[in-house]
Design a protein around this ligand. Structure first.
Ligand SMILES: [Zn+2]
Length: 438
């Protein structure tokens, strides 16, 4: 996307200052809070980095690794072309925001790669999400399910993007490739097909605004598979949290909740992830903190007690060399989730001895190269000193158990190709043990 910046800038000059655009964008954000059905999208919008740029023809979202060096820095960008955006009516600006946020919560940025026909996916994606936006708030010429239905296409409302993709595929198969039409056989779909053909045009805004749906580094270049996977999982975890919070607040718009529930069903074979989250959650301590601000209602003058939940976890990484990068990424995607849930996390890198201790701030190391030799003893000793609420040790498990006791809850996350849990227990490892799935 950013590769095209120069070319487009030559053709177009900004008619509005960045300040004007940003001011208008904040105004729209406030409108989102005020509108009960759009409140949810305000929380999504808040997690994005906003860019005002002529590098995109209209507006769009993309998932990027915001770092240029050896680390993963999760970042979702929201791009707005100032000339396109500022010329929209106020309610259409609002609709545009909601439209883009819906693409994010429906994971269109990452799921489009699973569909062979990207252009058809663009249409299916817009057909799915535009049902949750008031028609007046959307630009004319958008994809509306009601138009298809009016032309004779039998479609259910409030279904998944996948469903609309398959139905449109059937429509095209029937009219272009002489297919039976599946569920469309015996239905007169000629008008619907003629209507549908209009959206196949490459010049349409809908296709341009979806151009950013690929995962890249911050320069728009491709990234390695392990990073892509980690970023995808981080996006999933982030949206998961937002949806959970929004549900608790009761602000998920009617109809959308069922769609999201379907989308965010937990994967069946990730027992280790569930165990890890449970472990982190159970390590929470409740701290009682006295405060002068909140006075006890009962005694009036005595300082009130504020209950503060916080949690410090130590995460030790066995860097002895037999831990695959892909699993390290998966592991850190989970650590990111725990971090976002409010834990403070100290990372300890160790092979035969500790090489590095650092505070985790949401960024994962890209790769960890070991120098061989394994011992768990130093991190265990350090845990005794730092007194974390829990110690999570990421390792292949191929070493003697530690000599000492960390004096805190301990969990061993073992790589899929590492030692078996049974053998580790036999060898005398103590604590919770979970093996990663392939
Ligand atoms: Zn769209």
């Amino acid at each position: 996307m950013e590769n095209n910046t120069e070319e487009l800038v030559l053709k177009e000059t900004p008619k509005y200052s960045k300040g004007e655009v940003l001011e208008s964008m904040s105004k729209i954000a406030i409108d989102m809070i005020m509108e009960s059905n759009y409140k949810f999208y305000f929380y999504v919008l808040n997690t994005l980095k906003k860019h005002v740029t002529l590098g995109v023809p209209t507006a769009g979202v993309s998932l990027v690794n915001g770092s240029s060096d050896d680390i993963i820095d999760f970042c979702v960008n929201f791009y707005v072309n100032p000339n396109f955006y500022m010329d929209l009516d106020e309610n259409k600006k609002l609709g545009l925001f909601v439209h883009e946020m819906l693409h994010i919560v429906n994971r269109h940025i990452i799921s489009n790669k699973d569909y062979s026909d990207h252009q058809l996916f663009n249409i299916a994606a817009d057909m799915c999400i535009n049902q949750y936006i008031k028609k007046d708030d959307l630009p004319e010429g958008g994809i509306f399910i009601d138009d298809y239905i009016a032309k004779g296409m039998p479609l259910y409302k409030h279904e998944s993007t996948n469903y609309y993709y398959n139905m449109l595929k059937e429509l095209e198969d029937k009219h272009e490739r002489g297919g039976s039409g599946g569920t469309l056989s015996g239905v007169d779909t000629q008008d619907a097909y003629d209507h549908h053909k209009k959206y196949r045009n490459e010049e349409l805004h809908i296709h341009k605004s979806h151009d950013g749906w690929k995962i890249t580094d911050k320069y728009g270049n491709e990234i390695i598979e392990a990073h892509r996977k980690a970023l995808e999982e981080m996006l999933g975890a982030t949206i998961d949290e937002i949806v959970k919070d929004a549900k608790n607040m009761g602000i998920v718009p009617a109809g959308l909740e069922a769609l999201l529930d379907e989308l965010y069903k937990p994967a069946p074979d990730f027992a280790w992830k569930r165990m890890l989250r449970l472990f982190a959650n159970n390590s929470k301590k409740t701290y009682l903190k006295t405060t002068m601000k909140r006075r006890s209602k009962r005694y009036g003058t005595i300082p009130g007690i504020k209950i503060k939940r916080k949690q410090h976890l130590m995460v030790a990484i066995d860097t002895s060399g037999s831990v695959p990068d892909a699993e390290l990424s998966k592991f850190f995607a989970e650590i990111y989730h725990i971090y976002r849930a409010g834990a403070s996390i100290t990372i300890v890198e160790c092979d035969a001895a500790i090489s590095k201790v650092w505070e985790y701030k949401g960024r994962a190391p890209k790769t960890i190269t070991g120098r061989g030799g394994t011992s768990f003893d130093e991190p265990i000793e350090l845990a005794k000193k730092l007194r974390p609420d829990g110690l999570i040790y990421f390792t292949d498990g191929e070493c003697y158990p530690p000599q000492g006791d960390p004096n805190c809850r301990t969990m061993w996350v073992v790589t899929s190709s590492g030692e078996s849990i049974e053998k580790m227990k036999e060898d005398g490892f103590k604590g919770i043990m979970a093996k990663m799935s392939e």
